[in-house]
Design a protein around this ligand. Structure first.
Ligand SMILES: NC(=O)C1=CN([C@@H]2O[C@H](COP(=O)(O)OP(=O)(O)OC[C@H]3O[C@@H](n4cnc5c(N)ncnc54)[C@H](OP(=O)(O)O)[C@@H]3O)[C@@H](O)[C@H]2O)C=CC1
Ligand SMILES: CC(=O)N[C@@H](CCC(=O)OP(=O)(O)O)C(=O)O
Length: 345
């Protein structure tokens, strides 16, 4: 059994990890932290876990994380970098759901996240945890930088087009929408029911920290200079993410060949569903599951390809993806414990 620790067990990605790992056949939940709920049984806070998780929260300084085989950090940016060096030195693998190790460039990290990086020596070693594009490196990794939720949709939606060199990589557009759980469980005015329900808005239009993360990763798949315009929006739903991606075709390619690029790229990826050309994927077709669905369009047969991508931000966009990485790191089938079908309605 893999002994698992979770730092930040009371947040949305933390409790999502608990939901997935409580029924994972190869995992023994070993330590779950919360600074505020030290001593409280996990199931007292989350009755959905009654009978499934019999641990109590412990404060991060008391929890013996070094007895774990792997520790997930479901915490704000800056927490994992403080503890990862010691855990790695003790032989514990680390999966960070925050952004501490996503950017290779320390100055770029500090510019976007506005905190000093305290473990820059680990930036080079950290492996970006997007299994569909990085599977072999993840298998060998000690330290995983789990991708941001928006970047997951944008990378998987554009990768086959960049790899085949059929689009203008300098002028990519990602118009993305997230449910409110993407902002986490902490109290904030913008996520109050009366602020976020019956309302719709863009944010971060002049610059969002997911743009440098996504651009740097996309750059790995093309010789062209990547240029990405990314606009996130908050939609009045709890879970779910929808990205509409636009790219200009630079060579003649018919719709069947475009579709074949995606089907070929993801033929061995159990969690990427390439839907029939012209489909309209819905976020609820992924709710509670680790699936990401993609559909291609070519409006009026013109030279713009539109890629629609949906996922559950808390599963494929965060905790499910992190468990997928754990499976690979421990030599398990990638799909172990992640076969849930989306909830309908
Ligand atoms: N929500 C989403 O859809 C996604 C989130 N992410 C990333 O995952 C991470 C977690 O997000 P989310 O679950 O939404 O966040 P939440 O705000 O819901 O939860 C944060 C958790 O971290 C704990 N925590 C906060 N500060 C510290 C600290 N200094 N030391 C130890 N624990 C701390 C909190 O518990 P307590 O205060 O009791 O210790 C809480 O359990 C973030 O970095 C986020 O950017 C990534 C992809 C998608
Ligand atoms: C709706 C909402 O607020 N979403 C978050 C993104 C959540 C996430 O994936 O981001 P990180 O792990 O990079 O913080 C945001 O835009 O800040």
């Amino acid at each position: 059994m893999i002994k698992v620790g979770i730092v930040g067990g009371t947040g949305y990605t933390g409790v999502e990890l608990l939901r997935l790992l409580a029924v994972h056949p190869d995992v023994q939940l070993t330590a779950i932290t919360s600074r505020k709920e030290d001593g409280l049984p996990v199931a007292a806070m989350f009755p959905s876990l009654r009978g499934r998780v019999d641990l109590a929260f412990s404060s991060p300084d008391k929890a013996d994380l070094k007895q774990c085989d792997v520790v997930f950090f479901a915490t704000p940016h800056g927490v994992a970098m403080a503890q990862a060096p010691e855990l790695l030195a003790a032989g514990v693998k680390v999966i960070d759901l925050a952004a501490d190790f996503r950017l290779k460039d320390q100055a770029e990290f500090e510019k976007w996240y506005k905190i000093p990086h305290t473990a820059p020596q680990l930036l080079e070693e950290a492996v970006y945890g997007l299994p569909e594009l990085n599977r072999e490196d993840i298998k060998q990794a000690r330290l995983i930088a789990n991708p941001g939720c928006y970047p997951t949709t944008i990378q998987l939606g554009l990768y086959p087009l960049l790899k085949a060199d059929v689009i203008d990589a300098g002028h990519l557009i990602a118009d993305s929408k997230s449910g409110v759980s993407g902002a986490g469980r902490k109290a904030e005015i913008g996520t109050l029911f009366s602020e976020s329900s019956d309302n719709f808005k863009a944010y971060g239009v002049s610059g969002h920290r997911h743009t440098p993360e996504t651009s740097a990763q996309l750059q790995r798949y093309t010789q062209q200079q990547v240029g990405l315009l990314f606009t996130p929006h908050l939609v009045p739903m709890i879970r779910g993410m929808h990205s509409t991606l636009y790219a200009r075709l630079t060579r003649e390619i018919d719709n069947a060949a475009l579709q074949a690029l995606f089907e070929e790229a993801y033929k061995d990826s159990a969690f990427v569903d390439v839907m029939p050309f012209g489909s309209h994927p819905e976020t609820r077709s992924t709710r509670g599951s680790n699936m990401l669905r993609i559909a291609l369009h070519r409006p009026d047969g013109g030279d713009t390809v539109v890629v629609l991508v949906v996922q559950d931000n808390l599963v494929k966009g965060a905790s499910g993806q992190a468990v997928q990485c754990m499976n690979l790191m421990f030599g398990l089938p990638e799909t172990t414990g992640l076969q849930q079908i989306a909830l309908l309605p």
